[in-house]
Design a protein around this ligand. Structure first.
Ligand SMILES: Cc1cc2nc3c(=O)[nH]c(=O)nc-3n(C[C@H](O)[C@H](O)[C@H](O)COP(=O)(O)O)c2cc1C
Length: 357
């Protein structure tokens, strides 16, 4: 019932895209389950090694014959602000709490284009980008015949992404969990925020390409609303965090399902770029030293040892609990059930609206 031209472009049956989520959320099981259910499963490849990504893509491909995507982040670095010392002291307090040492400076992560090359070589079918102009990976995607989906958060960035060769756009509204996908960060480290309801129709009007709505979409109501705004599909992150296949600890899943509408904040202090997550000790401690900030990605590297140890231990106070404003609508269950429920509920709503009840 909700098949759109986007489905033909991506080779999928229902217009639901699993957001590529960096940080271990998008396991091969989750990616394959969403694709197998008719949507598009996508790996959040940022921070993975080339070998790790290739093994994950191959594993997902062994679980489904349907298309899968690889998402990378193409953010420009941002300049430091204020003194480095308060940031380093705050991180040290958190490291002491976990008993972890200073980072030895782990090997630099591969770049976005390196990860796209690796993902395509391993069999990925769709390329997706966030946080920056997709230009560096457009040619590579084209050579492989892979559709190129760029995430944007403003109309100006949407126009730029299309000029650079994107085949489709994700319009990410301010409700979304994780990093803001604005291409440019202002001098004070912030970005303009436009809500999903306002952004989607303006992007739809500005470009001649399929638009996928993202930010706060959790169920069939969200899918119908997105289609009504002119989008051809939805990209969903937070709703999939709490599924059985997602790679986060139970404590993180619990914080998502228990979140109230006001529990998330946008903070620049965890990574150096603005991102939305559930307020906890990590965010409060790092926010307390703003506006001192090492800039992106240095701030991200500085908090990295705390975040990864917190994730390993399931300590929900010392991880980045990235999640969107509608987090409290998330429930446990399988990823296939989420896709099926979104579609079934959307069908019911459209029938009801059509009947004029
Ligand atoms: C935990 C988490 C990690 C994310 N990581 C990425 C990422 O690596 N790349 C990306 O393009 N977007 C990432 N996002 C943002 C999503 O692409 C998407 O915009 C967002 O999840 C949509 O809003 P929702 O969370 O309300 O569904 C992430 C979101 C979350 C919640």
């Amino acid at each position: 019932m909700h098949r759109t031209p986007l489905c033909d472009l991506l080779g999928i049956d229902v217009p639901i895209v699993l957001a590529g989520m960096a940080g271990g959320m998008t396991t091969p099981q989750l990616v394959a389950a969403v694709s197998e259910a008719g949507g598009l499963g996508t790996f959040g490849a940022a921070g993975m090694s080339v070998e790790g990504l290739q093994a994950a893509v191959k594993q997902a491909k062994s679980l489904t014959n349907k298309p899968i995507g690889v998402n990378v982040l193409l953010a420009d670095p941002t300049p430091p602000r204020g003194d480095a010392e308060p940031v380093e002291r705050a991180v040290e307090v958190l490291r002491d709490r976990l008993g972890v040492g200073r980072s030895e400076g782990s090997a630099a992560s591969p770049s976005g284009p390196e990860l796209v090359k690796a993902g395509l070589a391993a069999g990925a079918d769709v390329v997706a980008t966030g946080l920056g102009d997709p230009a560096p990976v457009v040619e590579m995607a084209r050579r492989h015949g892979a559709p190129m989906v760029a995430m944007v958060a403003t109309v100006a960035d949407a126009e730029q992404a299309i000029a650079s060769g994107a085949d489709a756009l994700v319009a990410q509204g301010g409700e979304a969990g994780g990093h803001r996908s604005n291409f440019t960060v202002q001098d004070d480290g912030t970005v303009p925020i436009v809500g999903t309801m306002a952004l989607v129709p303006q992007v739809v009007d500005a470009v001649d390409a399929p638009v996928i709505a993202a930010g706060g979409i959790m169920d069939g109501r969200g899918l119908v609303a997105a289609l009504a705004l002119g989008a051809q599909g939805v990209q969903v992150g937070t709703r999939f965090l709490t599924t059985s296949e997602s790679g986060i600890p139970d404590s993180y899943k619990r914080r998502v399902t228990e979140a109230r509408d006001t529990d998330t904040v946008i903070t620049t202090s965890v990574s150096g770029r603005p991102a939305r997550g559930i307020r906890n000790t990590l965010i409060e401690t790092m926010d307390a030293v703003e506006p001192s900030n090492l800039g992106y990605p240095r701030q991200q590297a500085a908090t990295g040892p705390v975040r990864s140890e917190g994730m390993k231990r399931g300590d929900d106070e010392l991880v980045a609990l990235w999640a969107g404003q509608a987090a409290g609508l998330a429930r446990s269950g399988s990823a296939a059930a989420v896709v099926a429920q979104i579609v079934a509920e959307a069908d019911r709503i459209v029938r009801r609206l059509g009947a004029g009840d």
